[in-house]
Design a protein around this ligand. Structure first.
Ligand code: ADP
Length: 604
């Protein structure tokens, strides 16, 4: 309860009031006691003025000294039978008694000047205490004492005759009246203090409430403000402390909102970039714990859940051969590169330190998919090897036949045969080079810049089948063409499309044994022109089909070379259809049963 400012202020207010009242009361009480002491001194000096004192001194000279004797019980008895002894002194004192304000707490006594025993007292007491004042008087000194430190107020004046102290006039006030007065005042003050404590608690409470209520509502609204509710506070109109605090809070909230928005925007930007990056990103802290991963990284690393990976363990698992320790001591602008193979994928990993306030705070790993480049590089190497191999074989043949030709004793018949082999191998080399040039042209997309002609596919196929039926006849094959539906005239490179059909039909003729059938169909299906070339040939084994369009690929290398094939026909057909006609080619085949090639060309 006392943690709240409201109760603290109330408590403080009550304490202040009570302390003030206690101090005031103490001052009043001390003043009162002082007044009583001062009054006693004034009363004494008024009563015992010079005249009274002289009268008392004179009286003392004439009166007899008190007669004292000790009785059988050893008690000191003062003989006061002779009134002469102190009557004059008593007479003077009685004359002044009203001035002394004798009461139940104040009395006067006449004491024996030697022993201090009571000779007479106004309240009939038999003895008085030997106070310091009485003792001083017994030594012959007039003394008065009235102070806070003493319990009683008293005054004593010795009355001498020939240096003998005959009597002592002693006035004593046991402060009973003063104490009664002080006690009743104390009681009143206590009541006042209790009453004022209650009143001040009420006032303090009301006062503190007037201060804390706006603070409380400000606190509630500040919390709402912190939660983003900008309407929770409106600018204060008052210019007091609460008004200033309200305006400062508003200023702070606005500044915070702007900063948060700016940070949020930046964060969104960075996150959008990371989410849509073509590269994978992994971020680790210095303990090797993953703190960020983007979807591409998960895709490349083939892991749906990467969140609990540990740097060292993970990169050991994927054979990246790197640990966090290798990176910590690396210079800030340097990175470590690694290449790994994950299943059929090649990945390039780049490791760099992330810095915060010039200190290494973690590691960033950039993952780049280099499968395409790697495969390209492989096929480039294979291609060079294939080209060299394909050209070297006929060249070796030409060289050996030429050498044989130059030998003596070669018959005319042999010369002709050898020359024919040389020509055929040279043709073969020329074919390969011509196919390679065609492919290179297609690779560079030069077909597009060739003039576009009208192509009537039906006519083209009729002519081709007509031309090639001679070749078919040699192997007693049946080559037919059927136009299933009309096909529209298309625009494009005539020679290029003709070469595609020649390649496919001549393959069908080549790889179909004697007596087989080769059928060519053309039709329009939806917005595509479809040409099918079906043969009853040797077919292609299912496991070889995926490679059939690779450059220099032959199903049976030895046999196919005899047929004069270069292994580039299908590659050229595919490339031509795709780059010049936006079309496609598909081969289905059953080994030893036959092959069906489907060509589709979209109608623009
Ligand atoms: P090639 O010049 O050797 O014929 P292609 O690229 O035209 O080269 O064909 C690649 C390989 O595909 C051929 O070597 C052959 O083994 C196979 N092939 C192509 N067409 C057929 C077919 N109709 N029947 C059987 N095998 C075929």
């Amino acid at each position: 309860m006392f943690k709240s400012i409201r109760w603290k202020i109330t408590g403080l207010f009550v304490i202040l009031v009570v302390i003030t009242e206690i101090i005031l009361s103490a001052c009043i009480l001390i003043g009162t006691v002082n007044y009583f002491h001062k009054d006693f001194k004034e009363t004494i000096s008024e009563v015992f003025n010079t005249d009274t004192k002289n009268e008392l001194y004179e009286a003392a000279k004439t009166v007899a000294a008190p007669q004292e004797y000790v009785d059988v019980n050893n008690n000191v008895i003062i003989d006061t039978s002779s009134q002469e002894t102190f009557e004059k002194i008593k007479y003077i004192m009685d004359y002044n008694i009203s001035g002394l304000a004798i009461s139940k707490s104040r009395f006067y006594a006449i004491l024996d000047g030697k022993s201090g025993n009571v000779v007479y007292s106004s309240n009939n007491i038999e003895s008085v205490e030997k106070t310091a004042v009485v003792n001083k008087a017994l030594e012959g000194e007039e003394t008065i004492k009235a102070s806070i430190s003493s319990r009683v107020m008293d005054y004593a004046i010795p009355l001498k005759s020939n240096d003998n102290i005959k009597y002592i006039v002693y006035v004593n006030d046991n402060e009973q009246t003063q104490n009664d007065f002080v006690y009743s005042m104390l009681l009143i003050m206590l009541y006042i203090i209790v009453a004022s404590a209650i009143v001040s608690a009420l006032i303090g409470n009301i006062l503190s409430k007037s201060i804390t209520t706006p603070i409380q509502s400000l606190t509630v609204n500040a919390k709402k403000l912190a939660d983003g509710d900008m309407s929770a506070l409106s600018p204060a109109e008052s210019d007091d402390e609460i008004g200033n605090l309200t305006n400062s809070l508003l200023y702070l909230a606005n500044a915070k909102r702007e900063t948060t928005e700016a940070i949020q925007n930046e964060k969104t930007k960075v996150e959008t970039i990371l989410q849509n990056m073509n590269d994978g990103i992994l971020a680790f802290d210095m303990k090797g714990k993953l703190i960020h991963v983007n979807p591409e990284a998960k895709r490349l690393l083939k892991r749906e859940y990467l969140d609990d990976i540990d740097f060292d363990r993970f990169f050991k698992e994927i054979n990246a051969n790197i640990s966090l320790g290798d990176l910590v001591y690396m210079k800030p602008d340097v990175s470590i590169e690694r290449e790994i193979k994950l299943d059929d994928q090649y990945l390039h990993l780049s490791f760099a330190n992330s810095m915060t306030n010039n200190k290494v705070s973690g590691v960033i790993v950039l993952i780049h998919d280099i499968t395409k480049q790697e495969k390209l590089e492989h096929s480039r190497r294979d291609f060079v090897a294939n080209v060299s191999h394909e050209l070297r074989t006929p060249l070796t043949t030409i060289k050996s036949y030429s050498e044989t030709l130059s030998l003596p004793n070669i018959s005319r018949e042999q010369q002709v045969r050898f020359a024919n082999v040389i020509v055929s191998e040279a043709d073969r080399m020329a074919n390969i080079i011509s196919d390679l040039l065609t492919l290179s042209e297609l690779d560079e997309n030069q077909a597009y810049i060739k003039p576009s002609e009208n192509i009537d596919i039906r006519k083209m196929l009729e002519n081709l089948v007509d031309r090639m039926s001679l070749q078919a006849k040699k192997k007693e094959q049946t080559l037919t063409y059927t136009s299933i539906t009309d096909v529209p005239i298309i625009k494009g490179d005539y020679g290029c499309l003709e070469r595609v059909f020649v390649n496919i039909i001549s393959n069908a003729l080549k790889y179909t044994p004697n007596g087989g059938t080769i059928e060519v169909f053309s039709s329009r299906v939806y917005s595509d022109i479809t040409v099918k070339i079906k043969d009853t040939g040797i077919g292609i084994p299912a496991d070889k089909l995926p490679h059939i369009f690779d450059r220099f690929y032959r199903v049976d290398k030895a046999r196919n070379r005899d047929t004069g094939g270069t292994g580039l026909g299908l590659a050229i057909a595919k490339q031509s259809l795709e780059s010049s006609f936006n079309g496609g080619i598909k081969i289905t085949s059953e080994y030893n049963k036959g092959t069906e090639v489907t060509i589709t060309i979209p109608v623009k």
